[in-house]
Design a protein around this ligand. Structure first.
Ligand code: THG
Length: 346
């Protein structure tokens, strides 16, 4: 190229930046000769003698920022983010049928409806034995990415197959959440997945699962999440606010005594995780809680309301839910409350 700026001109411009206090490091690029560098160095020394301070780095953000077309800022505390559960072939017979039939317009309408109903993130799951999940994930993400009402919110990419997650990461816009990674297959696979999703800038749900299996007690939930947190922040270099723990919402009131403490243990684990790792978030698939009451929607929704009331109070700040049927705590019918309190918060 042809570079006409003289060393004196360049040093003067940089002098303005120095005086504005916006410089930490200064150097040259194409066309900058040793005479330019010398002039810049003299100007920097001069500014130093004049007591002009270098730029003070800003504190690192502690907010989790996700994005579709619009950013979604989630502070470390005080927010609650409902994630729509209905675009899930394993969690909705209707959605499964629509995807199998190729009725994508109706499938898209389900995503749109959830946002109208208050979902602020959309979970997408195509894991079904009879579907090409990779293909369906890519197709659906591309489809909803062309609908501005839907793709303004961030997506949560839900799959137990890494190839499906990767297919989505390659076509998703904005900053999504990978749902999920875990220590199920050991540290190496865990770190590989963490580093890969990090390259795409995604946030991540970490399930309380390790080489021994799914955590069901409070102690194992916390121990596994602690270990995952250390690996993610110290080895894979993830910012703590991009980590969303999922300590496993499991079905209660199943008739099996060993399931009785599942919800109370979850809530205790949330409290410990949030106090030890305050920048990381906590989520869970709330509808799992009430699988024993399939077909009894009023009871299911009342259970979810009571559970969320207690879990939110100790810091659960995400929940995968059916946004259309969310019941407020004060709407739980009085006649149900004692039994549900007993079952959910035992
Ligand atoms: N944690 C994380 N991700 C998850 C879960 C979790 N993803 C999937 C699931 N669990 C959360 N999503 C759902 C979606 C639907 C239902 C439960 C959990 C559900 N569906 C009804 C049923 O099966 O009875 C609806 C039936 C129908 O309409 O066909 O309950 O825990 N990270």
């Amino acid at each position: 190229g042809r570079y006409s700026q003289t060393p004196e001109e360049m040093a003067a411009i940089i002098g303005d930046f120095l005086e504005a206090g916006i410089v930490n490091i200064v150097g040259g690029c194409c066309g900058t000769t040793d005479a330019h560098i010398a002039a810049i160095a003299r100007r920097v020394e001069e500014a130093g003698r004049a007591g002009i301070p270098v730029r003070q780095p800003q504190p690192l953000p502690t907010t989790l920022t996700l994005a579709g077309l619009e950013p979604l800022h989630i502070p470390a505390t005080g927010a609650f983010t409902p994630v729509g559960e209905r675009c899930n072939v394993a969690g909705s017979r209707k959605f499964l049928r629509l995807i199998k039939e190729g009725a994508y317009d109706e499938a898209l309408a389900i995503a749109r409806k959830q946002i109208e109903d208050g979902a602020r993130v959309i979970d997408i799951n195509m894991d079904d034995g009879l579907l090409d999940a990779e293909h369906e994930m890519r197709h659906f993400v591309n489809l909803i990415s062309a609908d501005p009402d839907v793709c303004r919110v961030p997506f949560m990419i839900d799959s137990s197959k890494w190839a499906v997650v990767r297919a989505a990461l390659k076509c998703v816009q904005g900053k999504c959440v990978v749902n999920s990674i875990s220590l199920k297959e050991g540290e190496e696979a865990f770190l590989d997945h963490a580093r890969e999703l990090r390259r795409y800038g995604a946030a991540v749900v970490v399930m309380a699962f390790d080489e021994e299996g799914q955590a069901t007690t409070c102690e194992r939930r916390v121990t596994i999440c602690r270990r995952a947190y250390r690996l993610l922040t110290e080895v894979a270099g993830l910012p703590p606010q991009d980590i969303i723990f999922d300590p496993n919402v499991l079905a209660v009131c199943t008739g099996m005594a060993e399931h009785d403490g599942y919800a109370a243990d979850f809530i205790r684990a949330v409290s410990i995780l949030r106090s030890e790792m305050p920048l990381a978030h906590v989520s869970g698939g709330v509808s799992n809680l009430s699988f024993a009451f399939r077909g009894h929607n009023l009871i299911r929704e009342a259970m979810h309301a009571v559970f969320l009331h207690h879990a939110r109070a100790v810091g659960m700040d995400f929940a995968i839910v059916n946004a259309a049927t969310l019941m407020r705590y004060d709407e739980v019918p009085e006649v149900l409350r004692p039994a549900i309190d007993d079952g959910v918060a035992a």
